[in-house]
Design a protein around this ligand. Structure first.
Ligand SMILES: *Cc1c(COP(=O)(O)O)cnc(C)c1O
Length: 363
C-alpha cells in the first residue's frame, strides 16, 4: 500500500467553481493534485495529495530534452444518484504501464494509483459537474525529472494526476466532423511508439492538424506509414466504418493506440449481434463503398467525445459524404449506451463501471 500524505489547500485559497454551462475542454484545473516521485534507489516515494501548484524542474530535466513523457486520459462522471463513477479506470492505468515500459520509464502499481485517484476524487468531488454530458477529465502523467544531458533512461521521474472539469463535447447534439485524409504526413511507423500515449506522438501530429484546419477540416485521418494506403486512426480517436452490414475497424497493428472506447464499442457491437471485424481497410475501399452506396457510417471513438460521427472525408482532391452528413443509427445507439453506462444509469454487464470515491470510510 502506498503511503499518501494529504496536505489540503487552506479554504481561503480554494478556487471558485466555474459555470458548468461554459466549461470547454482542459482550461480549468481543480484545487488539488496527486504527486509522487521515483528514483532508482527508493522506487516510488513521497506520494502526496497537495494543492494544485507549479513544479520546480531543473532546466536539464530529461523530459524536456529527450521526451520521456507519457499520459492517460479518463473521466469521472456524476450520476443522477449523485454518485461519482469511473469507466474502466484499471484499463487506463494498465495502458499507462505499457507506455512506460516502451519508453523505458518505471511502471506504477495500478491498484495503488487507482486508490490514490479515488482519494483525490473524494477531496475534489464538488468539482465533478452535474449537468448532462459534462464530466471531470482525469490526466495521469509521468515525466523524466532527472537533470542530465545524454540520451538514456532517466533515473528520476515524477508521476502526477491533475483534474479538469470539462463540458459536453456536443452540447447541442452531434455535429458530424469533416475529416482530412493526409498522405503527406504519417503519425507512427511499425516498430515505433504509435501504440503508446507518449507526448512526442502529439507534437509530431500538430503540423498536419494545423494544415487541415486551415483548409476548414476538423481532424486528420492517418494512413499507414509504409504504403500510405491503409487507414490507421484520427488525432486522438480510433475509427470505425459501417460498410454494408459489416462494422470494420483497423486492427491493433502496433502503430495505433489501443483505445478503451474502441474496445468497448467492439464488445457492445458483438453483444448486439452485429457483424464486427478488425481488419486492414484501405482508403480506396472506403471511397469505393461511398461511390456504390454501401458506406453507411463512419465514426471516431475516444474518451473525450465517446463517439464522434464523421460527416465527410476528403482525400486527394475528392470528398465523400457519409450518410448525407448526418449521424448514423449505430453511432447514436453506441453513444447513448456508453453514456448511460458511464453515468451509472444503465446496468453494467461487463464490469466496466465503478464508484469513483473510496468504498469505505477508512480514510
Ligand atoms: C487516447 C487516444 C485514443 C482513444 O483512446 P481511449 O482509450 O478510447 O480514450 C485514440 N487514439 C489516440 C492517438 C489517442 O491518443
Amino acid at each position: 500500500m502506498l503511503d499518501i500524505t494529504i496536505k489540503k489547500a487552506p479554504p481561503e485559497q480554494l478556487k471558485p467553481k466555474p459555470d458548468e454551462k461554459a466549461l470547454g475542454f482542459g482550461a480549468i484545473f481543480t484545487d488539488h493534485m496527486f504527486v509522487m516521485h521515483y528514483d532508482t534507489e527508493k522506487g516510488w516515494h513521497d506520494a502526496q495529495i497537495c494543492k494544485y501548484q507549479h513544479f520546480s524542474l531543473d532546466p536539464a530535466a530529461m523530459a524536456l530534452h529527450y521526451g520521456q513523457a507519457i499520459f492517460e486520459g479518463l473521466k469521472a462522471y456524476r450520476g443522477k444518484d449523485n454518485q461519482i463513477y469511473l469507466f474502466r479506470p484499471q484499463d487506463n492505468l494498465a495502458r499507462m504501464n505499457l507506455s512506460a515500459t516502451r519508453m523505458c520509464m518505471p511502471t506504477i502499481d495500478t491498484d495503488d494509483v487507482l486508490s490514490a485517484l479515488k482519494r483525490l476524487l473524494k477531496i475534489e468531488q464538488d468539482w465533478v459537474p452535474g449537468i448532462n454530458g459534462a464530466s471531470l477529465y482525469i490526466r495521469p502523467t509521468m515525466i523524466a525529472s532527472e537533470a542530465a544531458l545524454g540520451v538514456r533512461p532517466a533515473n528520476q521521474y515524477i508521476f502526477f494526476i491533475i483534474l479538469s472539469p470539462v463540458g459536453a463535447y456536443y452540447p447541442e447534439g452531434f455535429n458530424p466532423v469533416k475529416i482530412f485524409v493526409t498522405d503527406k504526413y504519417v503519425r507512427a511507423v511499425p516498430g515505433g511508439v504509435g501504440n503508446t500515449k507518449t507526448a512526442g506522438n502529439y507534437a509530431a501530429s500538430i503540423m498536419a492538424a494545423v494544415e487541415a484546419q486551415k483548409q476548414g477540416f476538423t481532424q486528420v485521418l492517418w494512413l499507414d506509414a509504409v504504403e500510405r494506403k491503409y487507414i490507421e486512426e484520427v488525432g486522438t480517436m480510433n475509427i470505425f466504418f459501417v460498410i454494408g452490414d459489416e462494422v470494420i475497424t483497423p486492427p491493433l497493428s502496433g502503430s495505433i493506440l489501443p483505445g478503451i472506447t474502441r474496445d468497448s464499442v467492439l464488445t457492445l457491437a458483438k453483444e448486439w449481434g452485429l457483424d464486427v471485424v478488425e481488419r486492414p481497410i484501405a482508403i480506396d475501399e472506403v471511397f469505393t463503398a461511398a461511390g456504390n452506396g454501401s458506406l453507411k457510417e463512419v465514426f471516431g471513438t475516444g474518451t473525450a467525445a465517446v463517439i464522434s460521427p464523421v460527416g465527410s472525408l476528403y482525400y486527394k482532391g475528392e470528398t465523400c459524404i457519409v450518410n448525407n452528413g448526418k449521424t448514423g443509427e449505430l453511432a447514436q445507439r453506441l453513444f447513448d449506451e456508453m453514456q448511460s453506462m458511464q453515468y451509472g444509469a444503465k446496468t453494467d454487464l461487463f464490469g466496466w463501471v465503478e464508484r469513483g470515491t473510496p468504498d469505505s470510510n477508512s480514510l
